[in-house]
Design a protein around this ligand. Structure first.
Ligand SMILES: [Fe+2]
Length: 271
């Protein structure tokens, strides 16, 4: 579709678009917000360049799309005085980087975040890309037999998996059951909603059958034709829709520094 207030450049025919003609350090008009919502629905992830936003700009931008999702389990990494903002950082001292494996953010929550808005101010000269895979395209790529098999199944998503099997002291990590195939509330399209980052089993199946089906789906969603790959520059922003995408943050830049902030927009119970 056409847009009046923004320009769109697609990254691939399937997923992702760069948005220009907008300044996210300034208040947005109702039409700009409506067009950004449409762009997100059309492209699943939208990217912005040269947007040196501060904490207030970041929160204001997120609130145009809903409330701000605060996950208690990420509290240790929030910015002091800004519980809505999570620090994303890796450098020469890092032994682990969050989000390396394919996942949909916090799918372990009863109402997982609709979307995530990641702003990076410092990036390696080369490397540190994020890869996104369209779960619409992955669903469409299944055989009718497999679609029928998955219909009506639910799966358990457990934050303990996302935390490497460790529950931090004094913390209760979320665990939820969601449909294996979900319907996007805005587009009505069907999407695969199991991910290696959080999903532990499909309910009602023998364990070995659940494990085999999940292994197939995790391999299937990694087909390059379902993906786009975003190369960050300082002050780039990515805003992705967790309901129809999975992503993977590539940690190929050690010992270099990659640093910024993430805010998540509240979502709904997957159906
Ligand atoms: Fe993530």
């Amino acid at each position: 579709m056409g847009y009046d207030t923004i320009q769109i450049k697609k990254l691939t025919p399937v997923v992702g678009a760069e948005v220009s003609g907008i300044d996210l350090t300034k208040p947005l008009s109702a039409l700009q917000v409506a067009e950004l919502k449409q762009a997100l629905a059309d492209h699943m992830v939208i990217f912005f360049r040269d947007q040196p936003i501060d904490f207030e700009n970041h929160k204001t931008f997120a609130r145009y799309f809903g409330g701000i999702h605060i996950a208690p389990s990420t509290a240790p990494w929030t910015v002091p005085g800004h519980p809505e903002i999570t620090t994303i950082h890796a450098d020469e001292n890092s032994t682990f980087v969050a989000g390396e494996d394919w996942h949909s953010d916090m799918s372990c929550d009863p109402e997982p975040p609709l979307g995530s808005i990641l702003y990076l101010h410092t990036v390696p000269e080369i490397g540190g890309d994020t890869v996104f895979s369209s779960m619409y395209a992955a669903y469409d790529g299944l055989s009718d037999r497999m679609k029928a098999y998955l219909e009506g199944l639910t799966a358990v998503h457990d934050a303990v998996v996302g935390f490497g099997g460790i529950t931090p002291p004094g913390m209760t990590l979320p665990k939820s059951s969601h449909p294996v195939i979900r319907t996007h509330p805005m587009t009505g399209r069907r999407a695969i909603y199991v991910n290696r980052g959080f999903t532990v089993k499909i309910e009602g199946l023998p364990p070995h059958e659940s494990a085999a089906i999940l292994a197939f789906l995790y391999q299937h969603i990694q087909k390059p034709e379902y993906q786009c790959r975003f190369s960050w520059r300082p002050h780039s922003i990515a805003f992705w829709d967790n309901r129809c995408l999975q992503h993977s943050a590539i940690w190929d830049y050690f010992p270099n520094r990659r640093s910024g902030y993430r805010v998540q927009v509240t979502g709904e119970k997957p159906v």
